[in-house]
Design a protein around this ligand. Structure first.
Ligand SMILES: [Zn+2]
Ligand SMILES: [Zn+2]
Length: 364
């Protein structure tokens, strides 16, 4: 799937300036993915605002493992961009301009700091009408082709996707409101009852978010499986046990009412099936690199397991920002590495070599 990304003739939006050409409109710097492992920093036109949109001066973009996968594969889950694409969907910044139909002076005004929910549903299809905008049939998601993402100086966003970010929350933490929203949606689907035991596979940002959210709900024992030692020692909270491997748990006869798969490992669903109690529930949040994975069907069927696939986040941004701002969910200790926009490729590569840093953050 490592085809180079074709450039449409006459594509206006996001078109690079030719040398010597006078810019007809305001430009901005952006990191654009041309093909697998080919990111170029370029001057491109600033996005134009549509009705109901705000122009955001981007201050911090946290690089998601899905960004890294698209960077190395040149496609997003089989969807190949038809023109060079700007990646990045976890971000925070300042509102600098409002489009038609946006009341200035309301909660979203020019000059305020914001975090962004990057899932933009159409509002009209059957899924949206049913209140499930995250699986909208026409959802737009910045960084998923053909919608440009936030690895740039500016991005246009629907004002309905914005949440005011209090001054004491730094932009790079505000960028984590999106992954925290992903954890919130997954925990909503898991719906643990009081006393339920929970096993979380993977202590990345999403897994840690799930762990902290479940801890707040006062469930039973929480067990985290994470092979990277530095991550096992991250803020765990009282009563959380971390182990390096599933094999250790299986040898103890361990099982959990709920298993949250947050690692994105292709073998993880098979592991989750073995770790779940009969009648248990598995929520799959991690995105494996392999398009097809296998799991032990006999174990899953005999245990009559419920497997739920979780898709992004849904109307979580305001609550995610509130939880972070009040410290009810404290992500402030997660180690992050900072990069200028020019070093976007280094930030992507750090993301592909998971270690001590939980996120690489680009500050344009
Ligand atoms: Zn993400
Ligand atoms: Zn829709």
């Amino acid at each position: 799937m490592n085809r180079p990304i074709a450039i449409h003739d006459g594509a206006r939006e996001g078109e690079a300036l030719r040398e010597g050409e006078a810019p007809a409109e305001p430009t901005m710097k952006a990191a654009r993915l041309y093909a697998a492992r080919d990111v170029r920093i370029e001057d491109i036109p600033r996005p134009r605002l549509g009705p109901g949109e705000a122009l955001i001066r981007v201050r911090a973009i946290s690089i998601c493992p899905s960004d890294w996968r698209m960077y190395v594969d040149g496609h997003a889950g089989g969807v190949v961009p038809e023109r060079p694409i700007v990646q990045g969907h976890e971000f925070a910044g300042d509102v600098v301009e409002l489009g038609a139909g946006c009341p200035d002076g309301g909660p979203i005004a020019t000059g305020i700091r914001v975090a962004v929910e990057p899932s933009w549903p159409c509002g009209h299809c059957d899924m949206c009408v049913a209140g499930r905008g995250n699986i909208c049939r026409h959802v737009r998601f910045p960084s998923f082709p053909p919608v440009d993402g936030a690895l740039a100086e500016y991005i246009a966003c629907p004002i309905s996707a914005l949440a005011a970010l209090p001054d004491h929350v730094p932009y790079e933490r505000g960028a984590l409101a999106e992954p925290l929203g992903v954890s919130m949606h997954a925990v909503r689907l898991a719906d643990p009852t009081p006393g339920a035991s929970v096993c979380i596979l993977g202590a990345g940002v999403i897994g840690i978010g799930c762990m902290l959210l479940i801890g707040r709900r006062g469930c039973g024992a929480i067990t985290v499986v994470e092979p990277i030692e530095d991550r096992r020692s991250l803020p765990a909270g009282a009563g959380v046990r971390s182990v390096p491997s599933m094999e250790q748990l299986l040898s103890e006869g361990f099982e959990a009412d709920i298993v949250l798969e947050c690692s994105g490992d292709s073998r993880a669903l098979d592991q989750a099936v073995r770790l779940a109690k009969p009648g248990g529930r598995i929520v799959v949040v991690g995105i494996p690199r392999d398009e097809r994975i296998t799991f032990d069907m006999s174990v899953a069927r005999r245990r009559e397991l419920t497997v739920i696939f979780s898709r992004r986040s849904h109307e979580t941004i305001v609550e995610a920002v509130r939880l972070m701002a009040t410290g009810e969910v404290d992500l402030s200790a997660l180690p992050m590495a900072m990069y200028p926009l020019e070093e976007t490729e280094a930030a992507l590569c750090l993301t592909g070599a998971p270690g001590r840093f939980l996120r690489a953050v680009v500050t344009p």
